[in-house]
Design a protein around this ligand. Structure first.
Ligand code: R5P
Length: 297
């Protein structure tokens, strides 16, 4: 018997299969019954292993969260003794503070729900700007994997070390990791968000981008406003080329095309969310994390 079985939902079946292959584990997909009233019921088969690795990347999460919680319950009732959630994109982590009166602290609502349903959680580049450790908000052992190595392996070789650009102060440690991985240098911009689709970026000092290959790195691209502004700033400063490496690409097809038509040479993303810019496969890194967390306790 394999130590793990990998499960998931049909709409992410390709990513489920990649993880199962990397783990050398069987696939046991959920079957989802949809009731006429709009409710749904994920049904688990008899578990082929005591530990079930449930893959569910949580982009566009509202429709997925309830089914995921039901799926965890279904697996436990079917006999699984341990459930590991692999959610390469972990939703609702960006609302990690009450920024304005009357708002919820979404991170502290969603993370404990997942912690109550799963024994361990693996994710990638969770937005933890104000969270020291995911385990403290989920109450479970967690792995928050870096996307730097998978993305770096997918980038073309630069002829000269690139200038790595982070769009906001919070990206500073990440940008430095990137710069050292690529033997380049790093700058971080200052971002003021004026609305969901409107940001202002400023450089704290001279950009020194004239004739340089620039790589803009970000954990999430959603409306693309941040990347668009950062790229424009670097092109105005004379960058010879601007590429983007983003862990989680959530941009619409139209936004992606617009970014590429306005001077960004290439966008590289991980396959945490299926997207035309996917260049880096996370499966081997996720599989390693599953093995490590699976061997604990
Ligand atoms: C913000 O803290 C994140 O790191 C991203 O910069 C942000 O989520 C990108 O959002 P958008 O694409 O909507 O500008």
């Amino acid at each position: 018997m394999s130590a793990f079985s990998v499960s998931g939902f049909q709409d992410q079946g390709d990513a489920v299969a990649r993880l199962a292959t990397a783990l050398g584990a069987p696939v046991q997909m959920m079957r989802v019954h949809r009731f006429p009233d709009g409710e749904s019921m994920p049904v688990a088969p008899a578990p082929a292993s005591p530990t079930i690795v449930l893959y569910r990347s949580l982009d566009r999460p509202n429709a997925k969260l309830v089914e995921l919680l039901l799926a965890a319950d279904a697996w436990r009732r079917a006999g699984a003794t341990r459930l590991i959630l692999v959610a390469p994109y972990l939703c609702y982590m960006r609302q990690d503070a009450v920024f304005h009166p009357g708002e919820p602290l979404s991170r502290d609502v969603v993370a404990p729900l997942l912690g109550a349903a799963f024994d361990a959680i693996i994710t990638v580049e969770a937005h933890l700007h104000r969270t020291s450790d995911l385990a403290t908000v989920t109450g479970r052992p967690c792995r928050n994997l870096s996307s730097v190595e998978p993305l770096a392996l997918a980038l073309p070789a630069y002829l000269s070390p690139p200038l790595v650009v982070g769009p906001d102060a919070e990206s500073t440690p990440w940008v430095q990791t990137w710069a050292s991985r690529l033997h380049g240098d790093a700058i971080t911009l200052a971002k003021i968000r004026r609305g969901d689709r409107s940001v202002r970026l400023k450089s704290p000092g001279p950009l020194n981008a004239e004739g340089r290959s620039v790589l803009i790195v970000d954990d999430v691209a959603s409306t693309g406003a941040t990347l668009g502004k950062a790229a424009a700033l670097m092109l105005e400063a004379g960058a010879a080329s601007v590429d983007v490496a983003v862990a989680h690409a959530l941009t619409s097809p139209a936004t992606t095309r617009r970014l590429l038509s306005r001077g960004i040479r290439s966008i590289f993303s991980t396959d945490s969310v299926r997207h035309p810019t996917n260049a880096a496969t996370l499966a081997p890194f996720l599989a390693q994390a599953v093995r490590e967390i699976g061997n604990q306790a």
